[in-house]
Design a protein around this ligand. Structure first.
Ligand code: BGC
Length: 441
């Protein structure tokens, strides 16, 4: 083709240039929200094993009133509504509902009923987690999740809660991040009950898988019997993106495959078909190197590599969420991103984080993954377990003396996404993909 013909062609397509920078729309009915968990925001969960742990272990931080969300939930949901969120993920604290073995606290269950109704009133869909890391103290004293009977206790709690609240909520997450829970509580021992045993960690993991299976059939059974609108039941799994550093190292490749299976797929292997959706909590990306056998150190530290990180040292790696989503497509059921977020006090960084991760989610959807919702962690700053109150994950800044909430800049960025069900063109400026709009003549 002659040069002048080329130039003509390019000129013809000039008008198309902006199309590559257009607004990125999400599917209709997409759920947009934020997540919290009871113990991290409510405050004064005095019957929980964590409360005892704070008193009796070397744990340095006390959760105390946390964000006082137990009292302030209506106001918090007003914020969520103002931020155009149409769904909200929260958890029910087992130790409030069943403070003593087999005794149900009516006030507590009525409280959670009001919480759900408060969400409905604001047209926010409740997504409810039944186990988010904390247990009643009595349950822990009986041996916690390392005992086979744990499944019996948990099932009894599930049966009660669903019987009481199932008529007004339909979306249930049985357990949150079982692998993280077992690692922190039974392997590294920094969460209650503070054990350091592979054997116990393994037992607890299997019991949590059994508990999920049981809960799945209990929930479906009750809804069927009562003829309620069919529920959606699943689990929220901490899903990690892994790469090898040296492309041709067999050992690091092998370790990568094994880690991938353990972290991302073992729970689904143990629980089979008992999922109506996949819940993905995505925070971590690791590069794996040749093992150093004396220290068994496989992971390259984001800190040593001088990568961009959050304030708690977690790498910012948006492409990882794309990889994980494509990988989970294999289960052929809808996917919800039940948690994703960053601890930082730098609002440009948080805004960039949100836009860049969501852009990857958008591309995964374009590539055919059935993603139906996204929940930022977290609606507000909260008690970050063994790290106390220092990490700031919230869309809302919390003043822990006055309990006042203030919008962060990134909350407004995210609210634009929620309001428009898209990443509007101008937000792409956060990741350097924007172009000036041409002036209209
Ligand atoms: C957990 C939350 C936690 C968050 C940030 C998630 O793994 O579900 O409880 O606060 O990560 O660390």
């Amino acid at each position: 083709m002659a040069l002048h013909q080329h130039i003509k062609r390019i000129a013809r397509f000039k008008g198309d240039r902006l199309r590559f920078h257009r607004t990125l729309y999400f599917p209709r009915h997409f759920l947009w929200g934020a997540s919290t968990s009871a113990y991290q925001v409510e405050g004064k969960n005095i019957h929980s094993d964590w409360w005892q742990w704070e008193k009796n272990s070397s744990q340095r931080f006390r959760s105390g009133n946390a964000c006082d969300h137990y009292e302030l939930y209506e106001k918090d949901f007003d914020y969520a509504k103002d931020l155009h969120q149409n769904a909200h993920r929260f958890s029910i604290e087992w130790s409030r509902i069943e403070p003593k073995e087999g005794e149900w606290d009516r006030n507590a269950i009525e409280h959670y009923r009001s919480v759900i109704l408060a969400l409905h009133k604001r047209h926010i869909k409740p997504i409810i987690t039944l186990h988010h890391f904390t247990n009643p103290e009595w349950f822990q004293k009986k041996g916690g999740w390392a005992r086979r009977r744990s499944v019996f206790y948990f099932s009894r709690f599930v049966r009660f809660v669903i019987g009481e609240l199932g008529d007004i909520a339909h979306f249930w997450i049985t357990v949150n991040e079982p692998m993280v829970y077992c690692t922190m509580s039974y392997l590294s021992g920094v969460w209650p009950p503070g054990k350091k045993s592979y054997f116990l960690a393994n037992l607890a993991y299997h019991n949590l898988a059994r508990a999920h299976r049981e809960a799945y059939s209990i929930i479906h059974g009750i809804y069927k019997k009562k003829d309620w609108h069919p529920p959606k039941v699943g689990a929220a799994i901490n899903s990690v993106s892994l790469h090898t550093y040296q492309k041709h190292s067999f050992l690091s490749w092998l370790f990568m495959r094994v880690s991938d299976w353990i972290w991302n797929h073992s729970f689904y292997f143990l629980t089979g078909e008992t999922h109506d959706f996949i819940g993905i909590n995505y925070y971590f990306h690791y590069r794996l190197k040749e093992p150093h056998f004396r220290t068994i150190k496989f992971f390259l530290e984001a800190r040593n590599e001088k990568r961009e990180m959050s304030s708690v040292g977690w790498e910012v790696y948006p492409q990882g969420i794309f990889d994980v989503l494509l990988d989970f497509r294999r289960y052929k059921i809808p996917i919800y991103i039940t948690e994703n977020g960053i601890a930082t006090t730098n609002e440009s960084k948080r805004s960039r984080y949100i836009v860049s991760y969501l852009k990857e989610v958008y591309h995964a959807i374009q590539a055919g993954v059935d993603v139906r919702g996204y929940f930022y962690w977290s609606l507000m700053d909260n008690f970050e377990w063994e790290k106390g109150f220092a990490p700031r994950f919230g869309l809302l800044d919390v003043n822990y003396k006055t309990y006042q909430r203030t919008y962060r800049q990134a909350a407004l960025v995210y609210s634009e996404v929620c309001r428009t069900n898209s990443i509007p063109h101008h937000l792409l400026a956060y990741i350097g993909h924007s172009v000036e709009r041409e002036k209209r003549k």
